[in-house]
Design a binder for this molecule. Structure first.
Ligand code: NDP
Length: 474
């Protein structure tokens, strides 16, 4: 299969005429050729998006909503084939893509398609002198850049609010997982999305992605990806004063107090550690367990980890699939070696699986302190650490000891402690006695090196619009 860019409602070859390979991580086989796009393709896409802006933004919210709802229905009708494409491209179990990735893409479009029908805006009456009201107007061409771990889930998390709010967009999916974005383009035609409203340019981040960030006619960038790349995006966008939302890396703590419901804490922590091969920015990679239950917890957690079924993502019973690439597998397994050299113990897993694809056993490491690189750096794979803590103050200090601040999970039956600890954690999201329970209305984002800005619900709609105050003298 040879992919094309989607510009102005048409599938077009990259200007360079060059392509590179898209590999199935579970088999190491090439499954598609991807356009190696450059600045010229980005220019074409931005021009198309600019042309489409005035008519799309001029539609009534109800008209835009109808198109997006049709697109949501089409994604839902194609759920099975999209789940298979996502699994083939990313290495994740097809069962997970069917349960999580694709339904969430449907939900993203439905949520923002209906949110724009129920918005309100503020008014401020200045004594009896003036009436101020806020107009929220679309910004123009939105530049949207997304990573490979949740390809359609995160791409649609950006496209849906951007175009629902009346913007047009140019999206650059990860070069490693372009297939569902390509299918989304096909479905958008079927849904009747006007040409130029959604443009998709494939290619390398450093080339096509950077050109989008530097483009003078793209006043807004929404980026999800690694912290180092986020820094480059910010550096490119700053001199042009672009609106910027950066959803970056995480090194999330999972804090388990002795009074927790251990059955629930262990079952959910297995998910938060290893779902999607640990390649979710919200995975809880640093577990902190109260000393009095530490030995029991480690024994039970290791036993549950060892039971996970790893292997062929197309097998319905597989729970852990392949890592995204050979390079990523080398990076993640390098951290297992580093853990040993830093004095840690590999309590289970740690080995690659002999296979053409890129598989690593789910891995649990004990015996490391918070100052080690393994507890400081984002690994983004099926590798977690477990460290004991003595009391609440130490748990909070350990949890806050990295430069990241995306999310945290807290397990306790003590309601007051749950609120106290949640307030003390330096993160954007805290889950208490649960994980990844998402409500699309809530603010989502990170603090410290995990990002800038919030998306979700009205935060997304505010980000994708400019607030203009109109002051009328009474
Ligand atoms: P990267 O930062 O490598 O890439 C993210 C996207 O940016 C890709 O589309 C990439 O393209 C593109 N890109 C790369 N270089 C540039 C550049 N100079 N200018 C513009 N765009 C560029 O992240 P990964 O794809 O490796 O994703 C994993 C990371 O994403 C992890 O750190 C993870 O924590 C984070 N993440 C954060 C989430 C959050 O909500 N906070 C959610 C999910 C993931 P290409 O792939 O072609 O290089």
């Amino acid at each position: 299969m040879r992919l094309a860019n989607f510009i102005d409602g048409k599938f077009v070859a990259p200007r360079s005429g060059a392509y590179f390979e898209d590999v199935n991580p579970a088999t190491a086989e090439t499954i598609a050729e991807i356009p190696d796009s450059d600045r010229r393709d980005v220019d074409d896409a931005v021009r198309a998006a600019k042309r489409a802006f005035s008519s799309w933004s001029g539609l009534r919210a109800e008209e835009r909503s109808r198109v997006l709802l049709r697109l949501a229905d089409l994604i839902e009708q194609n759920l099975e084939s999209l789940a298979r494409l996502e699994s083939e491209d990313n290495g994740k179990p097809v069962a997970l893509a069917r349960r999580m990735d694709i339904p969430r893409a449907v939900a993203n479009f439905r949520f923002f398609a209906t949110a724009i029908l129920h918005g309100s805006s503020e008014a401020h009456v200045t004594d009896s002198v003036a009436l101020n009201y806020t107009l929220r107007q679309p910004v123009g061409v939105a530049g949207l850049i997304s990573p490979w771990n949740l390809p359609l889930y995160l791409l649609s998390w950006k496209i849906a609010p951007a175009i629902a709010a009346g913007n047009t967009c140019v999206a650059k999916p990860s070069e490693l997982t372009p297939l569902t974005a390509n299918r989304l383009a096909e479905l958008s035609l079927e849904a009747g999305l006007p040409a130029g409203v959604m443009n998709i340019v494939h290619g390398y981040g450093a080339k096509a992605g950077a050109a989008l960030c530097e483009h003078p006619d793209v006043p807004l960038i929404s980026f999800t990806g690694g912290t180092v790349t986020g820094g480059k995006v910010a550096a490119a966008a700053a001199p042009l004063f672009k609106k910027l939302s950066l959803e970056l890396g995480g090194k999330n703590p999972n804090v388990i107090f002795a009074d927790a419901d251990l059955d629930d804490a262990i079952a959910t922590s297995i998910q938060s550690s290893f779902a999607n091969q640990g390649e979710i920015c919200l995975c809880g990679s640093r577990m902190f367990v109260e000393r009095s239950i530490y030995d029991t917890f480690v024994a039970r957690f290791v036993e549950a980890t060892a039971r996970l079924r790893i292997g062929d993502p197309t097998d319905e019973t597989t729970e852990v699939g392949a890592l995204i690439s050979a390079a990523h597998l080398a990076k993640v397994s390098g951290y297992v070696d580093l853990a040993r050299s830093e004095g840690g113990t590999v309590a289970c897993g740690g080995d690659r699986i002999e296979h053409r694809g890129f598989f690593l056993q789910p891995t649990v490491i004990t015996g490391l302190g918070c100052d080690t690189r393994v507890l400081q750096e984002e690994i983004f794979g099926p590798v977690v650490t477990i460290t004991p803590f003595e009391d609440e103050a130490e748990a909070i200090a350990f949890a806050n000891s990295t430069r990241y601040g995306l999310s945290a999970t807290v397990w306790t039956r003590d309601l007051q402690r749950a609120h106290r600890v949640a307030a003390a954690l330096d993160v954007g999201t805290v889950w208490v006695n649960c994980w990844l329970l998402r409500d699309l209305r809530v603010p989502f984002g990170g603090v410290k090196d995990s990002g800038v800005g919030r998306e979700g619900g009205s935060d997304s709609l505010h980000f994708f619009t400019e607030a203009k105050n109109v002051c009328v003298k009474l």
